[in-house]
Design a protein around this ligand. Sequence first.
Ligand code: KMH
Ligand code: ZN
Length: 287
Amino acid sequence: MQSEVETQMDPLIITVAPVGAELTPEQTPHLAVTPAQLGEVARKVRDAGASIVHVHCRNDDGSNTHDVQRFAQAQEQIRASTDLIVQFSTGGAIGMTPEERAAPLALRPEMATLTCGSVNFGDDIFENSFPVMRGILAAITKYGVTPELEIFDKGHLANARRLEREGLLHFPQHVDFVLGVPGGLDATVANLCDLVAGLPAKCTWSVAGIGRAQLPLAMAAIAMGGHVRVGLEDNIYYSKGRLATNEELVARVVRIAGEAGRPVASAEQAREILHIAPARRAPAAVG
Ligand code: KMH
Ligand code: ZN
């Protein structure tokens, strides 16, 4: 007899965020800096069970860049070695201009993030005013990219609804709750349940718990029918004091999902669930 979990829930989409903008090469030897390294990580996490890779780029010295050519190389490397859905960050790094953050969208990645509001970010402010959001969303729409709404705090959902009222965004959407950023909403299961309860009908969602919250929130999402984001951008440890690789973090989620009777989505299944057209393999021209 099939379990309720198997009959009612979509296969689990696992997104990997391997790099981010805050991690330094001094913190972990597993940081992918070059496009070739990103392609290699993509291959490993794909083999482990991931279906989406969330992309930030670095220069060879490890510093952040949102250079279009660097993103083009990263996308090319990932596509050369995997069928993963490539999701560009439009959050970039603190201090980047909205224009810089949106520029790589011209490469027409299959997905990109849209952070739905400003938030304290440690001692900094991650600025996403309505004009910033409208500008990035305009580029997402122009290039036919599927957005993932990044929600760091409860008011961010209300901001997304405002963009809907303005006619710029149409629900249902895919949403990622990023919980546990110092300055954002705490990474608790109670907060996750509250956020999910407030979603518009038929939205799909994932959760990215920061630091040690990554695992318990992933487990909650598996049980609740949501999807999961793991990776070094959000958490560099496998367990206390033991550094993780991205593929280890994916493999652990796959094992737990297996125990829970939740199948893991292939990249093609993830495209179906997220209403993304079947893979476009041809490299897209800029413009
Ligand atoms: N690096 C953060 C300031 C995203 O990728 O869309 C923003 C961020 C969000 O990482
Ligand atoms: Zn990111």
